[in-house]
Write a protein that binds this ligand. Structure first.
Ligand SMILES: [Zn+2]
Length: 435
């Protein structure tokens, strides 16, 4: 196995802990591919329920993964829209299909284990249904041209995804199905990450992590782990909204903060406030861990780690303390997507932007990977970058456990060939066989 970097001098956790993960999955190394069923057939700029409902071919997907030697399949069972793509009594499933169940069945006949990814605090549907559970702004501000005031809930236009109306369906009819749809339309496509989609703009909400939303999430987690033979449950968006510095300042959070840190402790701008935010997210992580392990102690847990500057971004904005979270959940999954910032395929300038972010992401990991106290499995992107960029990321960010790639739809034919070769020539098929 060729690896571009030897990360061992930067890693501080006991790499023997990798065995917790590999033995639970029955593999020597992980080679995972992710799929987002509601984001359509190309990148991830669309929210496309018609595709998930009518066109997603589960068997075709699993055959392709088999052919390219993937041994873990990561399914996004709940995306930022809030849709739950399993047979649920508690959540909202606009696809009217048990996509998770279909993949579990297809995985049984193959050497592919099922891992699920579950968006936690970002939930457009729940934000629309339960506005009292949405995060609240702690000060006046302006972002993306929209003004908000202290005390407003943090429901805003979605930055990434756009919606096309299905044929012969009116806006009004579609809004009855997708209540968080707005009448605003994005017509122009740009090269900056947030401007690549076109179509109707949905709203989105980051929910308050001290609200009843957490109880709702825990109930969904129990439903999934109880009813499906999954091998790993990973929590995405296990954090506050990174776009704002002033959430959540709702009355629940302020009351709890004052009770724990005293009446004089400063809201928004203090180390106490940061501590409160990271404790809040760690508390949710503990609930995830308990909910999963109480039902299936062999099911692994994980969390998605936003990389970047420690104090200003991951602690202050996201409330993600890597040490705390990696001590609670089994696998830490840093999201290493430098070439999502720009790809050479869009021209020299965008290639340089991608290269800069690549350099920064490597530097960030060298500086910070010691903060993880347990196994690390990076996820990197195949979409919206070229073969060379994809392979460069895969080689660099394999920290010893293997690599996860996302996402299935949008990966080009040339990239599929490269992915297959990577398994055969660089990981070695003997390392990917499931025992
Ligand atoms: Zn709150």
């Amino acid at each position: 196995m060729k690896r571009k970097f030897d990360w061992s001098e930067y890693i501080e956790f006991d790499t023997k802990k990798f065995e917790i993960v590999t033995s639970a999955l029955g593999v020597k190394r992980i080679y995972a591919m992710g799929l987002m069923p509601v984001r359509g057939v190309e990148g991830f700029r669309k929210l496309d329920y018609e595709f998930a409902e009518k066109k997603l071919d589960v068997i075709e997907v699993m055959n392709k993964l088999d052919e390219c030697h993937f041994n873990v399949f990561g399914l996004v069972i709940k995306d930022t829209d809030g849709a739950c793509v399993w047979d649920t009594d508690l959540g909202w499933n606009p696809t009217e299909r048990d996509i998770l169940g279909e993949f579990c069945d297809a995985g049984k006949d193959r050497n592919i284990k099922i891992m699920v990814s579950f968006t936690s605090m970002n939930d457009a549907y729940q934000g629309n249904l339960n506005p009292e559970r949405v995060s609240v702004h702690g000060k006046n501000g302006k972002k993306y041209g929209i003004k908000y005031r202290k005390g407003d809930i943090s429901t805003h236009d979605e930055g990434e995804m756009r919606i096309d109306l299905p044929e012969n369906v009116s806006f009004k009819e579609y809004k009855a199905k997708v209540p968080f749809l707005t009448e605003n339309i994005d017509k122009k496509q740009g090269k900056v990450r947030g401007a690549r989609g076109t179509g109707y703009i949905p709203s989105t909400s980051f929910m308050c992590p001290n609200s009843a939303h957490v109880d709702y999430l825990v109930d969904l987690i129990k439903e999934v782990v109880k009813n499906y033979p999954i091998k790993a449950f990973t929590a995405d968006y296990i954090r506050y909204d990174g776009s704002f510095t002033d959430v959540c300042a709702c009355s629940r959070c302020i009351k709890k903060f004052r009770a724990e840190f005293g009446e004089k402790a400063k809201i928004l701008k203090s180390n106490d406030w940061i501590e409160f935010k990271t404790n809040t997210i760690a508390n949710y992580a503990r609930k995830v861990q308990t909910a999963v392990k109480d039902i299936d102690k062999n099911c692994l847990t994980g969390w998605y780690s936003q990389v970047g500057p420690k104090k200003l971004v991951t602690l202050k904005r996201h409330g993600q303390d890597w040490k705390k979270l990696s001590s609670i959940l089994d696998i830490s999954i840093p999201m290493e997507y430098p070439y999502l910032a720009g790809t050479r395929d869009d021209g020299i300038f965008w290639g340089l932007i991608g290269d800069f972010f690549y350099w920064y992401f490597v530097r960030n990991m060298k500086k910070r990977i010691h903060e993880y106290k347990g196994p690390v499995l990076a996820v990197t992107n195949s979409v919206e970058c070229n073969v060379q960029e994809m392979l460069k990321q895969m080689r660099t960010f394999d920290f010893g456990l293997g690599i996860a790639v996302f996402k299935y739809f949008g990966t080009t034919d040339a990239q599929w060939i490269a992915l297959k070769e990577y398994a055969e020539k660089e990981i070695g098929l003997e390392n990917l066989i499931i025992n």
